[in-house]
Design a protein around this ligand. Structure first.
Ligand SMILES: NC(=O)C1=CN([C@@H]2O[C@H](COP(=O)(O)OP(=O)(O)OC[C@H]3O[C@@H](n4cnc5c(N)ncnc54)[C@H](O)[C@@H]3O)[C@@H](O)[C@H]2O)C=CC1
Ligand SMILES: O=C(O)[C@@H]1CCC=N1
Length: 264
């Protein structure tokens, strides 16, 4: 596959790392305004680093757009006359709807909207996908890419905003929970390194239990909470202080914010 990542910033480079580690491309173009920051990638013989989006589009089939929402319109305008039947456009751009892309490049393009997360760098992204009508014929290509770099599901476009919060912002939410657990472990006497390892691996174990068993979290919680034991004591104290409520309110705030970020 000849892939171009238009906008090799935080997410674009995470995708590039995942593609490189998994050897999942024939050629890879990385574009960015300040390409000096991408020097490390020039050592790969099949990776090209350039400021020239048009060169990247001309020499690639799969175009992954990973620019800020306010940059997307200009970039689509810049490359639209180069699009041919070989191209599949995969946008990761938050809040930028398929109709807005079609308004610029036309409906007769294979358009996929995706919402991956930065765990794509280590092949563990939860990615949500949807497409325009024409894109339905090639969404399988996007699925193949994202399944190689994690797990993907196809959802209706009207759920992409929610998917952004849960999957993309979600990485930051879980990181903060791991960080807070680490701080607690340090207070209980572990050094910082051990504390983080305990927090990370316990998080991975909890998640793996659910993924492999298909069970509800409360069923697993019941197995841990000894009556009158320390776990229920801690859990109830957390809930009295608003743990679940705080998370849910944060998710709502994040969701509402997306309505404004293409306008700022
Ligand atoms: N960071 C994340 O975890 C996620 C981000 N997203 C979305 O992906 C998009 C990118 O996000 P980030 O990587 O965080 O942003 P970023 O700001 O780190 O990356 C954007 C990149 O685009 C480059 N760029 C700007 N104008 C350009 C142009 N004309 N041609 C080529 N490159 C250009 C910038 O130099 C920058 O490196 C955003 O729309 C964001 O909402 C979606 C899911 C997760
Ligand atoms: O924070 C943001 O706006 C972007 C979208 C999801 C992750 N990062």
């Amino acid at each position: 596959m000849k892939i171009a990542i238009i906008g090799a910033g935080n997410l674009g480079l995470s995708i590039a790392k995942g593609l490189i580690v998994n050897n999942a491309f024939t050629t890879l173009y990385l574009t960015k305004r300040k390409i000096e920051e991408l020097q490390n990638y020039e050592e790969y013989s099949n990776v090209t680093v350039t400021k020239d989006n048009r060169e990247a589009v001309q020499n690639s089939d799969i175009l992954v757009f990973a620019v800020q929402p306010t940059q997307m319109e200009r970039i689509l305008e810049e490359i639209k006359d180069q699009l041919t039947e070989k191209h599949v456009l995969i946008s990761t751009v938050t809040g930028f709807k398929i109709a807005a892309m079609e308004a610029i490049v036309g409906q007769d393009q294979f358009i996929v909207r995706s919402m991956p997360n930065t765990a794509i760098a280590v092949g563990k992204s939860m990615t949500c996908l949807c497409s325009n009508e024409k894109g339905e014929k090639r969404i399988a290509i996007a699925e193949a890419i994202f399944n190689r770099l994690g797990t993907s599901i196809i959802i209706p476009e009207n759920k992409m905003q929610a998917a952004t919060v849960i999957c993309a912002s979600g990485v930051a939410f879980w990181m903060r929970l791991i960080r807070a657990t680490t701080q607690g472990a340090v207070q209980l006497g572990f050094d910082a390194k051990d504390a983080q390892q305990l927090a990370m691996q316990t998080c991975l174990g909890a998640s793996s239990l659910l993924i492999e068993s298909g069970k509800h979290p409360e069923e697993e919680i019941d197995k841990v909470t000894t009556p009158r034991g320390c776990t229920i004591e801690g859990l109830n104290e957390m809930e009295h202080n608003g743990l679940s409520s705080s998370l849910i309110k944060g998710i709502q705030a994040s969701f509402k914010k997306i309505n404004t970020i293409t306008i700022d």
